[in-house]
Design a binder for this molecule. Structure first.
Ligand code: GDP
Length: 228
């Protein structure tokens, strides 16, 4: 059972003005269209169709996730009340060849504005296809955050089931050495949404971003054990 199992669709937005005010920590997911971003979110949260609104060009969706709030007096064993502890932000995919010019301009305004000005942005997962990682738009994001070291980056090299073992090791080693040169705020891992490989590693990294001291995990463990 992971904290991310509790994820539920909250809202979607076509512009920054429509996003709810910043508050709880946010983890953004970005990636070229078809890199497997929706699959990654669905696998992470163990839900079939949570990430789909972002398939509409230009829309961003907010997904909240919660921790069991065992201290709330109304909470019972049968009906454990939960409080939100953070958001997954499903950004629209980029680099979609068919997207009209104005959709792309809208994308840049929304993504650029969100990424540059959202104080609650804790980290960004950049989902890439292992067969062609680090495409120009991915590089743009990496560059954008290179100096913004307060925002963590995870380079998720997805679809690793599509490349041979030796190539996996090569891709990972090359990405790791780039990440290391940028600093401790950048990490990298191999992933396969299809084969559900690397899910635990992904959960652990994201949890360390929003809960570095392990307080939420302790709360969850106590709640599932029925500790008052
Ligand atoms: P998005 O556009 O980035 O949200 O990509 P989707 O999650 O919709 O995935 C695009 C396509 O890639 C779909 O056909 C998925 O089934 C496929 N896909 C996603 N993850 C993987 C993976 O890890 N391995 C393979 N082989 N295919 C995947």
């Amino acid at each position: 059972m992971s904290l991310f199992d509790s994820a539920r669709f909250r809202t979607s937005a076509a512009s920054i003005a429509q996003l709810p005010g910043a508050g709880l920590p946010e983890i953004a997911f970005a990636g070229r269209s078809n890199a497997g971003k929706s699959t990654t979110i669905n696998v992470l949260t163990r839900q079939g169709r949570l990430a789909f609104a972002s398939k509409t060009p230009g829309r961003t969706q907010l997904i909240n996730f919660c921790a069991r709030a065992r201290k709330l007096p109304q909470s019972t064993a049968k009906n454990p009340l939960r409080e939100d502890v953070g958001f997954l932000v499903d950004l629209p995919g980029y680099g979609y060849a068919k997207a009209a010019q104005e959709t792309r301009a809208g994308w840049s305004a929304l993504i650029g504005g969100y990424l540059a000005h959202r104080p609650s942005l804790t980290g960004i997962v950049i989902v890439m296809d292992a067969r062609r990682p680090f495409m120009p738009a991915d590089e743009w994001l990496i560059e954008f955050f290179a100096e913004r070291t307060h925002v963590r980056q995870l380079w998720l090299i997805n679809k690793c089931d599509q490349i041979k073992r030796a190539e996996r090791a090569q891709v990972l080693a090359a990405a790791r050495s780039r990440a290391k040169a940028l600093g401790e705020h950048v990490t990298v891992q191999l992933f396969s949404g299809l084969k559900k490989e690397g899910v635990e590693e992904l959960q652990t990294t994201l949890l360390s971003w929003i809960d570095p001291e392990g307080r939420l995990s302790a709360l969850e463990t106590a709640a599932s054990a029925g500790t008052p």
